[in-house]
Design a protein around this ligand. Structure first.
Ligand code: PLP
Length: 492
């Protein structure tokens, strides 16, 4: 960029109105893309876990905004100087905590294009492409994971939102209740109950809080030895609740629980839902993506009966946060629950035009479909399959190392790409073992090359390795494993 209109030179903006001229945007954009490409190229040299203390980043920011525009070079420099030290690098190949995720190249660029369009697809006519691309790409995804057609697909920000709106639909589906109009505190309103397993994600319980069911409105069903919902216990709980005056209305089954990635027996759960007239919601936020693999398709068995199913492309489909796909069998129930059209949003569009604002509590809606579209088209379904299969293979390799070492034990089945395990020592108490495992995790994470997280299974401290980043290779797992072994030795 030459002349006096570069993003680092003040004249373009002094006294001007409006946005950057196109040539300024172009130069700043190229420099930003270069910064991102360099960041991704050197990410492995950075410590995965941010090394800052609480408040440190905040204190490094000026108390007041600049009165006059700064040079773009300053902004980029502060990404390095101010922001990077406080970033935990979720895109790092050594990120093995929670659920490993990836913002892939096409996904990152898709985000940029979505920002450029800046559409708000509240109504069909406020961006037909945003609305229809979302429908089209989600139908691809539906087919990729083997859900039957037709299903109405919706992209929300997170699985928490998807589950919340799905359960709002579930509540609306109860005949004669009419909570939408009367509210849950109306006289004579029955107490509603929702069932999920002890291993379900907290988002189910949070949805119940938001929907006014209260935490007591969620009955947590015990799990079997492999952390799957105990269907006999579900059956008994529903009967018992009916007998004591509760109104059971929904079950949220999980395909890929957060701690161990266990899969609830959805076919049996679906049979109970059918018999009892309960809405079946399936939370497949993490593991739904695995169903692109023919050998993992079993995990969605029974989900053809689900009234709603959520899976997150931002978890294991290489799409940057945020993107959660919600599939509905009867979208009209959700629309009945949440459609509210003020005068200024009435439109004369064709009656079959989909207005996405009718299917959520937010009015506005970003163009999330582009990044998913670009990821699917760039890698292809076959390429996505290969990448997910590789993560599952890496998990098997890691589990085999753990199993072969008498100083460690694998503590849950490994159906996908997450391994739950712990270090063991002969002759120590359970409390001491927990404390030592906690210290092992701290030591491993302090190294900076990998980041692992933990959970508790049946109250026992458990380490987790979750593989989901496209840059993770066997050598990164080897680093984690060597660190784990030496940290265990350091504990005696
Ligand atoms: C099984 C399951 N469901 C739901 C969620 C919540 O996801 P989100 O952050 O998209 O709300 C998670 C998060 O890890 C999860 O593991």
């Amino acid at each position: 960029m030459s002349g006096d209109h570069g993003p680092d030179e003040a004249p373009w903006e002094l006294g001007d109105l409006g946005d950057w001229p196109p040539e300024v945007f172009r130069e700043a954009g190229h420099r930003t893309v270069d910064w991102v490409a360099d960041y991704v190229a050197r990410i492995e040299t950075l410590p995965v876990l941010a090394q800052v203390q609480p408040g440190e980043i905040l204190r490094s920011l000026p108390a007041n905004p600049p009165e006059h525009g700064e040079s773009f070079g300053n902004l980029l420099a502060d990404l390095d100087g101010v922001v990077l030290p406080g970033v935990t690098h979720w895109n790092h190949p050594g990120f093995l905590a929670y659920f490993g995720i990836t913002a892939s190249g096409p996904g990152i660029l898709g985000e940029m294009v979505a920002a450029a369009f800046n559409t708000n697809a509240m109504l069909w006519r406020t961006s037909p492409s945003t609305t229809e691309l979302e429908q089209g790409v989600l139908d691809w995804l539906r087919g990729m994971i083997g859900l039957p057609a037709p299903r109405f697909g919706l992209l929300t920000d997170t699985a928490s939102t998807s589950t919340l709106v799905a359960l709002a639909a579930a509540r609306e589906s109860v005949p004669g209740l009419d909570v939408r109009e009367r509210g849950l505190s109306a006289p004579g309103m029955p107490r509603l109950r929702l069932y999920t397993s002890m291993e379900a994600h907290s988002s189910v319980e949070k949805a119940a809080i938001v929907l006014g069911l209260g935490r007591e409105g969620v009955r947590k069903i015990p799990t079997d030895s492999a952390f799957r919902m105990d269907v006999a216990a579900l059956d008994a709980a529903v009967r018992e609740d009916r007998a004591s005056g509760w109104l059971p209305f929904a079950v949220s089954a999980t395909v890929g629980t957060t701690s161990t990635t266990s899969v609830d027996p959805v076919p049996a759960v679906a049979a109970i839902c059918a018999r009892e007239g309960l809405w079946l919601h399936v939370d497949a936020a993490y593991a739904g993506s695995a169903a692109v693999l023919p050998e993992k398709r079993w995990c969605l068995a029974g989900c053809e009966h689900a009234d709603s199913l959520v899976t997150n492309p931002h978890k294991w489909l290489f799409v940057p946060i945020d993107a959660s796909a919600l599939f509905l069998r009867r979208p009209e129930v959700l629309r009945r629950a949440l459609q509210l059209v003020p005068d200024y949003l009435q439109t004369s569009a064709a009656p079959d035009a989909v207005n996405l604002m009718d299917y959520g509590f937010q009015l506005g809606r970003r163009f999330r479909a582009i990044k998913l579209w670009w990821v699917i088209r760039t890698f292809g379904v076959e390429g996505i399959r290969r990448r997910i299969a590789e993560h599952c293979r890496l998990a098997e390799v890691f589990a085999s190392w753990v199993e072969a070492d008498p100083g460690f034990e694998v503590v849950a089945p490994v159906p996908f790409s997450t391994i739950c395990f712990r270090a063991v020592w002969p002759g120590i108490t359970a409390a001491e073992r927990d404390a030592r495992n906690e210290r092992v995790l701290e030591r491993v994470n302090a190294d900076g090359r990998v980041f692992l997280s933990h959970t508790k299974l049946c109250g026992v401290y458990t380490l987790r390795v979750a593989i989901g980043n496209l840059r993770t290779e066997e050598r990164h797992l080897r680093v984690a494993w060597d660190l784990l072994r030496s940290a265990r030795e350091g504990e005696g």
